[in-house]
Design a protein around this ligand. Structure first.
Ligand code: SF4
Ligand code: FES
Length: 334
């Protein structure tokens, strides 16, 4: 095995395999220093390099050539060098640039979160919350599109699309017959199906899971509920097409939707087939494993069946543990 290389991100050093990108090195450290990623998706080959939300500052190029890189770089596309030093949240320049990127992404993106099914699990909503400005400086009309019907299972809202290409890579790499792509160039670019063909391949529903915004949503779940009122549960079934490992989203006893299991970066563990996603919405179709732990910072991580875990600062303090005892015991019983 080749020798590992050392990289320091926001003062934390980690050793990684050569060829690792700065973003993935940061993910090996974890926590707040991980740059946000709107287009990179580790399970999709070739993804990344489109949205610029993952920009970081390379303050030292490497041990051999310590010169800083002249411009901010996309961490999802830049490989690590031995001795490299990178700044993310410790660089005011990066934070300022990220603010600008969010402003750009929101130029054409409608603020229709109150009626958007992605609200509560939208990467752009989270990003806007952390880095967005309260007002827009944009004075021109937003882009509008002719409505395109891409089938009975998937809803396309082109006005919400940020052109991250994830859905195109998903269709390219998971299905044997991609029928959609990005047509046009520059501000005329749009997601479209060739001659309005609907997307019907066995794995096409995964474009819903990879879409970071509400541009591609599940028609079978549309307007049924806000995600934060639903309860995610891990479940599996013996599926001949995919691994059959999913998250079921319950409201009362009804399964409102089925999705892949997403990790803390919003990426699914396994892609699931359309039969699991759209055709098995009864509890009896599944073997229930238990409540799903949501470790993403989002409104959907609250309000679930999980027991309340005391924060480390409370665990270390007897008085605080005692003061919250009743609450912890109550949630254990639930
Ligand atoms: S529809 Fe969604 S996944 Fe596809 S390019 Fe637009 S934002 Fe990305
Ligand atoms: S995540 Fe790196 S450019 Fe989009």
């Amino acid at each position: 095995m080749s020798e590992k290389v050392k990289i320091t991100i926001d003062g934390i050093t980690v050793e990684v395999e050569p060829g690792t990108t700065i973003l993935n090195a940061a993910r090996q450290i974890g926590g707040d220093i991980v740059p946000p990623a709107m287009c990179y998706y580790s399970k999709l080959e070739g993804s990344g390099g489109k949205c610029r939300t993952c920009l970081v500052k390379v303050s030292k190029g490497s041990e051999k050539d310590p010169r800083p890189m002249p411009k901010l770089v996309a961490s999802c596309r830049t490989g690590v060098m031995d001795g490299m030093e990178v700044q993310n949240i410790t660089s005011p320049e990066v934070i300022e640039a990220r603010k600008g990127i969010v402003e750009f992404l929101l130029i054409n993106h409608p603020l229709d979160c109150p009626i958007c099914d992605q609200a509560g699990e939208c990467d752009l909503q989270n990003l806007g919350y952390e880095h967005g400005a309260a007002d827009t400086r944009y004075e021109f009309d937003r882009r509008t599109f002719e409505k395109i019907d891409i089938g009975d299972k998937i809803q396309l809202h082109m006005t919400r699309c940020i052109l991250c290409y994830r859905c195109v890579f998903t269709a390219d790499q998971l299905t044997n017959n991609r029928v959609h792509g990005i047509l046009g160039r520059g501000d005329a670019s749009e997601i479209s199906t060739y001659i309005q063909q609907s997307i019907t391949n066995d794995f096409s529903g995964n474009v819903i899971d990879v879409c970071p915004v509400g541009a591609l949503t599940d028609k079978t779940f549309r307007f049924k509920n806000r995600v934060w009122f639903t309860k995610p549960v891990d479940a599996h079934r013996d599926c001949p097409t995919c691994k059959g490992k999913v998250a079921l989203w319950y409201k009362g006893e009804e399964v409102l939707r089925v999705t892949g299991r997403k990790d803390q970066y919003g990426e699914v563990e396994d892609f699931i087939c359309n039969a699991c996603r759209f055709d098995h919405k009864k509890t009896s179709d599944w073997v229930i494993e238990g409540p799903r732990h949501i470790d993403r910072t989002s409104v959907i991580s609250s309000n679930h069946y999980e027991t309340l875990q005391p924060l480390p600062v409370i665990q270390k303090n007897k008085t605080l543990m005692e003061a919250n005892k009743v609450e912890f015991e109550r949630t254990k019983k639930i």
